[in-house]
Design a protein. Structure first.
Length: 333
C-alpha cells in the first residue's frame, strides 16, 4: 500500500494528534525557538545609486529609530536588523575604502537613545571625517531630538526640513519604585550588600536624599558633556547661550534656525543642490548601502524588509536590554 492510501486510512483524530506531536517536538526538543527563513539572511552591504550621475559619490547614512546597539527585533522575535552602532560602523568601514566617496549625508529621524550609543556614533563619524578628509551634512527628516541632535554635531552643516523638530538637549533616566506595590501584596526583599549605596537604584525601595544627589550628579555630568559637545561644534554659540537652550525643550525648524542650532531649512532635493555646489562638483551621485531584500529606490527610501522571521515563545522582547536604568539622550514627551 502506498503512502497516499495510508494517509487516507488515518482518522482525523490521529492526524490532529500527529500534528500536535510534531509541533511539540519543534518547540520543546532542546530549545524554545524555531526559525522560518522567508527571505535571505543578512548579507554584505551593497551600493545602490538613488539619484544623480558621475564618479563622485555622496553617501546617505541613516540614523533612525531608537539609538542603541540592540538588535532590532519585533515582539514576535522578528530580527529586522543589527544594532544601529554596528550598522554605522559597517557603513563607514565600507565607505572608507572607496576613494570616490566625497561626503556623507546623515539622514536623521530619531527621538534619541542611550547616552553611550549616541556618543559612539558621534565619535565614529567624527573620526571617519578626519581620516578620510570629507565633509558631513546632517539632514533632519521628522525628528532629530536629544541623541539625534547629539549625533548631528558630527556634521559640518545641519539642514532641517521646514516641518522638522529638533533640540530636546538633555539627559533622562527612569527608576521604578515598586515599594508600594510590594507592601500591598506582602512581599519583601532582604538585601545583603557591601556598601550603603550598592543597591541605591533598586526598584524595590525609594531613593534616600543622599542617593538622589548621587543620581542627579550623574545626570548633570552627562548633560554637561552634551553641552560641551555642542560648544565644540557650534562655533556660532557660546556656552551660556547653549545652556539656555539646553532645557530639554523641542524646537521647530524656524525656532532652531533662529537659535543657531541648525544652519539651513531645505527639502532633500534643495539640500542635494546645495551640497553639489558646496563641494564644487558638476555631477554628483547620491548612493546608499543596503542589503538584499531592502527597498531603496529613491532619496526617501529607508525602511528595511525583515531578513527572517524567528518565533521565540519565551522571549517576546518585553524586558529591557539591561536590568539597571539606562541614561538616555532621549525626548520622552
Amino acid at each position: 500500500m502506498n503512502w497516499t492510501c495510508c494517509c487516507k486510512s488515518i482518522s482525523q483524530g490521529c492526524k490532529s494528534r500527529l500534528l500536535l506531536l510534531i509541533l511539540s517536538l519543534l518547540v520543546f526538543s532542546g530549545c524554545t525557538l524555531f526559525k522560518i527563513n522567508v527571505t535571505p539572511s543578512l548579507g554584505p552591504l551593497k551600493e545602490k545609486t538613488v539619484s544623480g550621475k558621475g564618479e563622485d559619490k555622496v553617501l546617505l547614512v541613516d540614523i533612525k529609530g531608537m539609538i542603541s546597539n540592540k538588535k532590532q527585533v519585533s515582539p514576535l522575535g522578528v530580527e529586522t536588523n543589527v544594532g544601529l552602532v554596528d550598522q554605522v560602523r559597517e557603513t563607514l568601514k565600507k565607505a572608507e575604502s572607496d576613494d570616490d566617496v566625497r561626503a556623507l549625508i546623515l539622514r536623521i529621524n530619531t527621538p534619541g537613545g542611550t547616552v553611550t550609543s549616541s556618543d559612539i556614533i558621534y565619535h565614529e563619524i567624527k573620526a571617519f571625517k578626519e581620516r578620510k578628509n570629507v565633509k558631513v551634512y546632517a539632514m533632519v527628516m521628522d525628528l532629530a531630538a536629544s541623541g539625534g541632535y547629539y549625533v548631528a554635531q558630527a556634521a559640518d552643516r545641519i539642514i532641517v526640513h521646514p516641518t522638522s523638530l529638533t533640540g530636546s538637549i538633555g539627559v533622562i533616566a527612569l527608576k521604578a519604585d515598586l515599594s508600594g506595590l510590594m507592601d500591598k501584596v506582602g512581599v519583601d526583599f532582604e538585601v545583603v550588600k557591601s556598601g550603603a549605596h550598592k543597591d541605591f537604584l533598586s526598584p524595590f525601595r525609594s531613593l534616600t536624599k543622599d542617593e538622589r544627589l548621587i543620581f542627579q550628579n550623574t545626570i548633570d555630568t552627562l548633560h554637561q558633556r552634551f553641552v560641551s559637545t555642542i560648544e565644540d561644534n557650534r562655533k556660532q554659540l557660546n556656552r551660556d547661550e547653549i545652556k539656555k537652550l539646553a532645557d530639554g525643550r523641542i524646537y521647530t525648524s524656524q525656532q532652531a534656525l533662529d537659535a543657531k542650532l541648525v544652519d539651513q531649512i531645505a527639502y532633500m532635493d534643495e539640500a542635494e543642490n546645495f551640497i553639489k555646489s558646496d563641494l564644487g562638483l558638476e555631477k554628483m551621485r547620491l548612493v546608499i548601502y543596503h542589503r538584499a531584500g531592502q527597498y531603496k529606490s529613491n532619496i526617501y527610501s529607508s525602511s528595511p524588509v525583515p531578513p527572517s522571521i524567528n518565533f521565540n515563545f519565551l522571549n517576546l522582547n518585553f524586558l529591557p536590554e539591561t536590568p539597571g536604568p539606562n541614561f538616555m539622550y532621549l525626548w520622552m514627551p
